[in-house]
Design a protein. Sequence first.
Length: 128
Amino acid sequence: MAGTQDPTQPKKEKKVREPKDPNLRCKAYKFRLYPTQKQVGKLEWMLRRCKELYNAAIEERREVYRMCSISVSYRMQADQLPAIKQLREEYQGLHSQVLQDVLKRLDREDQNLHTQKGGRAMVCHRDL
């Protein structure tokens, strides 16, 4: 029969094409997380803070543009992060790089929105 393999014969190993540059063997490796319940709670808390910052940053960009016709940049919002961390103590538990990454992601999405033809509106991340 076509397509069936004799069970007594060993399976043929698939050949993996070697990259031309041996330094490019592994581009990325994904680590699986198996967090404890306490760690799950901490991760969810961090995610809520990131969503809150993301939504506030979108709202700020929309309001400033609506009122002044000025586009808010990543740098403008990132410069406000130290003041936000001082005013809102829940953000003091997050590393500054995490908050900066949220704003960078938003800025990249905003730039892509304006360069696409028929771009779609930015979506707010709501709490679960």
